[in-house]
Design a protein around this ligand. Structure first.
Ligand code: SF4
Length: 380
């Protein structure tokens, strides 16, 4: 069943490492919500099959930006427009990305009365020095408080984001971060290595010597610590950056990786349908202005050719614990691609970075930290 992604392009302040599309000015937020509702109406047929009255959605994902900046009344408004055209599956997953400084007890209680049933909380670290290095808008105290508050409000399906490899964060502090989530029995953890993206404040600060650089060895070591502790506590490492207790894997991510159609709404949001990828302009003012004039915002699109579809499949599959399905490659792409797949895998099977079963090629524990580099060598 298809899903919807909604990009909310506002943040309280700019994290130094971030290269997503967002604005720290919220002046046009009310106009944005109205524009988003217009886009929902204009795109009502994107996912529709012939003769289908209402599309049934398996997942809705509010990402950003910081969707938790939305007022509850704004969220209600968006849901009510969505449900004019869509129906939610009875067990649908509705995720809202959020930051600890937006989630006071009152907001959490109100959120629990909306269709949102999965909270994704951007904790990143429980240590003030890391939060300062990253320029996060929340404090260490707010990070500590949000988990018990969310549980009290009745949220059971919670995922928390952490960042490792932050200069100055010791291995002991990193273990503390992971253990804090585990002690609250948080069923899903997404953990990312701090990366220095181009055109971010972090890149400039490091280049000018104003911030210490990121150390690859520290990141690799802290990734190993993460894998070890989460596995000891019953989490499945089902994707390079994602660890979940059984029954709590992100359905939004799983559908995205398996080529299920989705509609992306909001500036910079991507959509996917039968090999067609389409993305909205990453400009919030332009997005709002166009929709105020009754037009869809400018977008670009491409039809993925066979090579691109193969590369995409191999890249996403190799990041998961299930790996690449050999039979699927043969059937969907043909013998040529299967040959290329097996040829590219030889080196990694030999050096222990990959394993082969009768049906799959899987990145081994040893190769996981290098997964992106490994999958790049499979590209045609
Ligand atoms: S809150 Fe998230 S989207 Fe906003 S600046 Fe920070 S990392 Fe980027």
């Amino acid at each position: 069943m298809p899903g919807i992604y909604i990009h909310i392009p506002f943040c309280r302040q700019a994290c130094h490492y971030c290269n997503f599309h967002f604005s720290v000015s919220q002046k046009r937020r009310p106009e944005f919500v109205q524009a988003l509702k217009k886009e929902i109406a204009l795109q009502k047929d994107f996912l529709k099959a012939d003769n289908q009255e209402k599309v049934i959605l398996d997942t809705i994902y509010f990402g950003g930006g910081t969707p938790s900046l939305l007022e509850i009344s704004e969220l209600d408004d968006i849901f009510s427009e969505l449900f004019t055209y869509y129906q939610l599956a009875s067990d649908a997953e509705v995720t809202l990305e959020s930051n600890p400084d937006d989630l006071g007890p009152e907001k959490l209680a109100a959120l629990s009365n909306t269709p949102v049933n999965r909270l994704s909380i951007g904790i990143q670290s429980f240590h003030a020095s890391d939060l300062k290095y990253m320029n996060r808008s929340h404090t260490a105290e707010q990070a500590e408080k949000v988990l018990p508050d969310a549980e009290k409000a009745g949220f059971k399906n919670i995922t928390a984001d952490l960042i490792y490899g932050t200069p100055g964060m010791s291995d002991a502090q990193w273990k503390e971060n992971i253990m804090k989530l585990i002690s609250h029995d948080i069923p899903h953890i997404s953990a990312y290595s701090l990366t220095v993206e181009k055109k971010t404040a972090l890149e400039v600060f490091i280049r000018k010597g104003k911030a210490p650089p990121v150390d690859e060895e520290q990141s690799a070591r802290q990734f190993e610590i993460l894998c070890e502790i989460t596995s000891q506590h019953g989490y499945e490492h089902y994707e390079i950056s994602n660890f979940g207790k059984p029954g709590f894997f992100s359905r939004h991510n799983l559908s995205y990786w398996s080529g299920v159609p989705y509609l992306g709404l909001g500036p910079s949001a991507h959509s996917y349908l039968d090999g067609l990828r389409r993305w909205n302009i990453a400009n919030t003012c332009n997005y709002i202005d166009n929709l105020q004039n009754g037009q869809l915002p400018p977008f670009e699109q491409e039809n993925l050719d066979k090579d691109q579809q193969y590369n995409e499949y191999v890249m996403t599959a190799l990041r998961t614990m299930w790996g690449v399905n050999k039979e699927l490659v043969k059937k969907r792409f043909g013998d040529d691609y299967f040959e290329k797949l097996m040829h590219a895998s030889r080196k990694f099977l030999k050096n222990g970075k990959m394993q082969e079963t009768s049906s799959h090629l899987i990145i081994s524990a040893e190769g996981k930290f290098l997964a992106d580099g490994i999958s790049a060598e499979f590209f045609v």
